[in-house]
Design a protein around this ligand. Structure first.
Ligand SMILES: [Zn+2]
Ligand SMILES: [Zn+2]
Length: 202
């Protein structure tokens, strides 16, 4: 009886695998991006990110349970968090966007700074990016924050998908290098220029 039972289970398992593969082929399941709140993040900010990714990239977003800040991701000044340390700590095989309300920074040799405050950072290509609303919220109405957060989010996911910074000269393209200035982000639109669009599809 025991052997029969094992055979039955093996067959079920096999049928399940075949069915899953058929489903993936015929229904083309959307890719999943997990949103990981790091520390307390406003629900409205999470929803903005979710809707930006779902509308533009047509990915399905799943929000994870908030995780707490730890000392190992602090920047050397201990006054904010180091974006590269956050990325390497949370990098896994799943697509992950880490969202935080705290300030993040990374080294910027161009500006001779070891701790340059940034809006976001993402592996290129890769699966993990981190976005901070801290600088995006400065002097911003709800509408302006929505626009900024959407563009930064699409920009970092663009890096994960292998896109470099835009070289077309079109200031509307959200893949422009903001170089840490909010003015550059505000000049952009929820728009990907033809050059970047082509790079994304190849
Ligand atoms: Zn572009
Ligand atoms: Zn960038």
């Amino acid at each position: 009886m025991r052997i029969v039972h094992i055979k039955y289970c093996t067959l079920c398992l096999l049928l399940l695998i075949i069915a899953k593969q058929a489903q993936a082929i015929f229904y083309d399941e959307p890719k999943v991006v997990y949103i990981q709140p790091l520390g307390h993040v406003e629900k409205s900010d999470i929803n903005m990110v979710k809707s930006a990714i779902e509308h533009f990239y047509h990915y399905k977003c799943i929000v994870k349970t908030e995780v707490n800040f730890t000392r190992d991701i602090l920047a050397d000044s201990k006054t904010r968090y180091e974006a590269n340390r956050i990325l390497s700590k949370y990098n896994t095989n799943e697509n992950l966007l880490i969202l935080t309300g705290k300030d993040i920074a990374c080294a910027n040799p161009e500006r001779h700074s070891t701790e340059w405050g940034i809006f976001g950072l993402g592996y290129r290509p890769g699966k993990t990016c981190v976005i901070s609303t801290f600088r995006l919220k400065r002097n911003a109405s709800a509408q302006l924050l929505h626009s900024r957060l959407t563009k930064v989010c699409l920009h970092e996911i663009g890096h994960n998908l292998g896109l470099n910074h835009c070289t077309s000269g079109d200031k509307r393209c959200f893949m422009n290098d903001a170089r840490g200035t909010i003015k550059a982000v505000d000049q952009e639109q929820i728009f990907l220029c033809e050059k970047c669009r082509k790079a994304l599809s190849t």
